[in-house]
Design a binder for this molecule. Structure first.
Ligand code: ASP
Length: 589
């Protein structure tokens, strides 16, 4: 038996017991007569003691243990004289009488402690060492629990888990595909699924009614902290449902997950239309953990000879509470420069301060008198001591820029309390999005998304401008400003689906080539259906108050899409290239 107990479970009540532990050496302290060694496993850290007077040979052996050696130690549990309150086993230690080195270790390239000195790539190269660190292990254990609770909940709602294939045809989620050459069908390629979207309706056609899977999806995109080329989704589809049924079922899932893993009871999720989200927060994934909603000032601010405002499509601002006196001119200049950086690209920033002595300090005082500006405070819910920030220009851009400023101010003013969650549903997304550059419509969600019932006649018969205003039965779950999931009620009628492909600029042949099987399937009794997918990695990160998904993935890739540990992607043998039909065999060989 390698161990009778683990390194995290012994307490004062175990004093006197004879036990055996196995684990890795975290660190040792040699105090002459006594050597203290910390041994670690997944469950915790326990202190071992070796006594020079009582057992010099064993003590010598303990002194030779290096960091990360794998050992087995047997001994007696005893109460510690100086206790360590920050450790669950901090009241006891083990007086060791037998020590076996199960394996030695080279000195690890970074410290294996809660705070490590290893850089990202180094940690990924030695991921097996990084995984020994408690915070990372906790993340992976959290993830496992979340997957288990997802299965429990969906099972309780009669969902069937069905695996869809990975070697498929391109899926239209808007990213690039990863492709796999086919040896048996030379010159042809599979695409890895960007989502299982094309299979979900066919499972509904197959009568499976409620289906889910927790699966890998693959998208060849540029990477950021919250994006990986392969990531995991909780992907679901339901038949005979309206929007309400889907939102209720998956609000239920989110509540269940928060309750069972974080012991947090979430209240009912508010719903906000896409238009309202943009008007009030400049974003379709608003962070509702703090206020500072936007107010439009077109009516109030135009026509007063301030040409910047007069020429603007929109004039919009928000109130930041209580900073009129504390934010200096220098702070304001810094903020202005911050919004003018190319990443945000604002032309400028107007501010209005209502000082404690009742005076107004503003960059636009030449054009508006104090009473006018105070009336803006009243309109926007501001008061003495507050500051109004205003931006103006083209509507979409200006709202986006002001959203960046709002989020930045939320952080600067410490308005975001840790451990606080604000979920909401964003609903009524536009069906189509006009892209100036390519001169065509894109599906805002994906091409299988249904327009709202009342918009179907307009979609079938309307002109180009009408198409820009069609609303979809599409929804996103947003938590703390992160998009956690999205889905839609689907089109289940061949003619409507065909019209959607037309609008999206597919020729009949292209639509037939890519999705012919699905349109054909629609002719065999397709039930009304809809679904949703949650980004599982992101959900893990957001629930733990973190922005990077990497540390919730056992083996993530770096920003260049490389797996640093196994060193992939890599070259393959010429023979493999020839077999898969990528390269022609050399006839001379
Ligand atoms: N296929 C969608 C996605 O991956 C989700 C859905 O519509 O159910 O984002």
């Amino acid at each position: 038996m390698y161990r009778s107990k683990n390194c995290g479970e012994l307490r004062l009540k175990d004093v006197g017991q004879k036990i055996t532990l196995s684990g890795w050496i975290q660190k040792s302290r040699d105090l002459g007569g006594l050597t203290f060694t910390d041994v670690r496993d997944r469950y915790g850290i326990t202190q071992l003691v070796f006594n020079m007077d009582e057992n010099p040979e064993l003590c010598e052996k303990a002194r030779r243990l290096g960091r990360e050696f794998v050992i087995q130690a047997s001994g007696t549990v005893r109460e510690r004289s100086s206790k360590n309150a920050s450790r669950s086993t901090g009241d006891i230690e083990i007086e060791v009488n037998e020590l076996t080195v199960l394996n030695e270790s080279k000195v690890p390239p970074f410290t294996i402690e809660d705070e490590t000195d290893g850089g990202d790539d180094l940690r990924m190269k030695y991921r097996y060492l990084d995984l020994r660190r408690t915070p990372l292990q906790q993340n992976i254990i959290f993830r496992s629990k979340l997957a288990l609770e997802t299965r429990k909940y969906l099972d309780s709602q009669d969902f069937v888990e069905v695996e869809t294939p990975f070697l498929i045809k391109s899926t239209p989620e808007g990213a690039r595909d990863f492709v796999v050459p086919s040896r048996l069908n030379q010159g042809q390629f599979y695409a890895l699924p960007q989502s299982p979207q094309t299979f979900k309706p066919t499972l509904m056609l197959g009568g499976l009614d409620k289906h889910f899977q927790i699966l890998k999806c693959f998208r060849d995109e540029d990477l950021r902290a919250d994006r990986q080329p392969e990531f995991t989704q909780i992907d679901c589809e339901m038949s005979f449902v309206h929007i309400e049924d889907i939102l209720n079922t998956f609000e239920g899932l989110a509540k269940h997950l928060f309750k069972t893993t974080l012991q947090i009871e979430l209240p009912d999720f508010p719903r906000m239309s896409y238009d309202e989200a943009l008007e009030k927060y400049g974003s379709d994934k608003p962070d509702l953990r703090f206020g500072m909603a936007f107010t439009e000032l077109n009516e109030q601010a135009k026509g007063k000879d301030f040409s910047v405002f007069d020429q603007a499509e929109i004039i919009v601002g928000f109130v930041a509470e209580g900073i009129a006196e504390t934010y200096s001119n220098k702070d304001m200049k810094d903020l202005t420069e911050w919004v003018q950086r190319p990443q945000i690209g604002a032309k400028g920033l107007v501010y209005i301060k209502w000082m404690d002595d009742d005076s107004i300090k503003s960059t636009i005082g030449k054009f508006y008198n104090d009473d006018t500006l105070k009336s803006w405070f009243a309109l926007m819910g501001g008061k003495k001591g507050d500051v109004i920030f205003i931006m103006s220009g083209e509507t979409d851009k200006t709202r986006k820029q002001l959203n960046e400023l709002r989020l930045e101010m939320g952080k600067k003013l410490n308005l975001i309390k840790p451990g606080y969650f604000k979920p909401l549903w964003v609903i009524d997304f536009p069906l189509l999005e006009w892209d100036e550059e390519s001169g065509r419509f894109h599906a805002m969600h994906h091409p299988f998304t249904s327009p709202k019932k009342e918009d179907i006649p307009r979609m079938l018969n309307g002109d180009h401008e009408t198409m820009k205003n069609l609303r979809a039965d599409a929804y996103d779950l947003v938590i703390n400003g992160s998009e956690i999931g999205g889905g839609s009620i689907r089109i289940h009628d061949r003619a409507l689906q065909s019209r959607n492909f037309d609008l999206l600029g597919f020729t009949k042949e292209e639509a037939e080539y890519q999705f012919g099987f699905l349109m054909g399937a629609f002719e065999y009794g397709a039930p009304p259906h809809g679904g949703i997918a949650f980004g599982f990695d992101r959900l893990c990160a957001v629930m733990n108050g973190q922005s990077s998904i990497r540390d919730f993935i056992a083996f993530p890739k770096n920003n260049q899409g490389r797996d640093m540990m196994i060193d992939a992607p890599s070259l393959i043998h010429e023979q493999q290239l020839i077999e898969s039909g990528i390269k022609l065999a050399d006839p001379k060989k």
